[in-house]
Design a protein around this ligand. Structure first.
Ligand code: SF4
Ligand code: SF4
Length: 329
């Protein structure tokens, strides 16, 4: 039986997501020793208003994204919003007031720094732990809902998706990851001053912007995230820690329609014939609506595809909303 738009069942996912976001942000508001929420830094106690605003945002996002036909559009919109807030905060911190920089210090906003900075400094920070916790909870949601750079790559890749597979994707991305790790260690070994190390990182970040502009935009797929970013390479393996998967059922007729919907180059002919998306799949869910025989499904233990999709969405939207609030530069 077809569910009505106002069926109670349509509100379960958004309500659960909202409650998770509210509880987490309320705990941060109550327990943090220094104000972590932006509004608190302007007026003590105003953080509660931000908690309510972000919880409401999570409700709207979860409500709309649970409809597979709206997932891709809402994912792109909200991810771009995330990137806009993140980089907007950076610009305000640089040109208006350091109050917008949560730690009071400027960090280079390049995902590769998650792995490069601890290797160069020889000490870790909160960021790798935050990143790892998203992997444990949601698998690859970092690369489909959370990363500030990915939102821009996704926006650039809007439009018709090129169908031919990206050539030597894995060779290039693994080489870039090894180079980033090696260079970070060498910079540390030779005690290269932070200003020079930061210049190298900035050059790498600008290279990423060039990849987005030159390739993602033209190919209609996320070439930067799929091939260039070393964190994307780590995510494609680390995500296997999480029990969430995407599978293609035996009833798949290999018509190839889904390939047009995948911005991560994970639904090439070989992937379809092997009945599972390629390693670069981020469980974004854009392809679910594309299959005429509903053969592409989320998998979470033995639960149904629909329940698995909603469980993943709930966790990913909650992480998106919480990280949006705490996005620190
Ligand atoms: S691949 Fe890199 S830039 Fe793209 S979403 Fe993942 S971490 Fe961000
Ligand atoms: S295979 Fe589907 S879920 Fe995986 S990245 Fe591609 S569109 Fe997203």
């Amino acid at each position: 039986m077809k569910e009505g738009r106002f069926s109670v069942r349509n509100y379960i996912l958004p309500i659960v997501t909202t409650v998770i976001v509210f509880i987490n942000l309320a705990m941060i508001e109550l327990m943090a020793k220094k104000p972590l929420l932006l509004l608190d830094r302007f007026s003590p106690g105003a953080g509660w208003l931000q908690v309510l605003m972000v919880s409401s945002y999570a409700f709207v996002v979860a409500y709309n994204m649970q409809d597979p036909a709206k997932t891709a559009l809402w994912r792109q919109r909200t991810w771009l919003f995330f990137s806009t807030v993140f980089f907007g905060q950076l610009l305000l911190g640089l040109f208006a007031s350091p109050i917008f920089l949560m730690s009071g210090k400027l960090h280079l906003p390049i995902p590769a720094m998650i792995v490069a900075a601890p290797l160069y400094r020889g000490e870790t920070s909160m960021m790798p732990f935050l990143f790892l916790s998203t992997i444990v909870l949601s698998g690859p949601a970092w690369c489909s809902h959370i990363c500030y750079f990915g939102g821009i790559d996704a926006f650039a890749a809007t439009g018709k998706t090129k169908k031919t597979p990206i050539k030597n994707k894995f060779g290039i991305k693994h080489t870039i990851l090894i180079v980033v790790i090696t260079v970070s260690l060498l910079l540390r070994l030779f005690d290269v001053p932070a200003i020079w190390a930061a210049s190298v990182a900035l050059g790498f970040g600008l290279g990423g912007v060039a990849v987005i502009y030159l390739f993602s935009r033209k190919q209609g797929r996320m070439v930067h995230c799929t091939m260039y970013c070393p964190i994307g390479s780590i995510v494609q393996y680390a995500k296997l820690m999480s029990p969430f998967r995407m599978q293609i059922g035996q009833d798949c007729s290999a018509c190839g329609r889904c390939s047009n919907y995948c911005k991560y180059d994970a639904l090439n002919r070989t992937d379809i014939l092997s009945h599972k998306p390629g390693l670069s799949c981020t469980l974004c869910g854009d392809c679910v609506v594309s299959c005429p025989s509903s053969s592409i499904k989320y998998k979470f233990f033995n639960f149904s595809g629909d329940f698995s999709r909603k469980a993943w969405l709930c966790i990913s939207v909650a992480l998106h909303a919480i990280t949006l609030t705490l996005a620190r530069i």
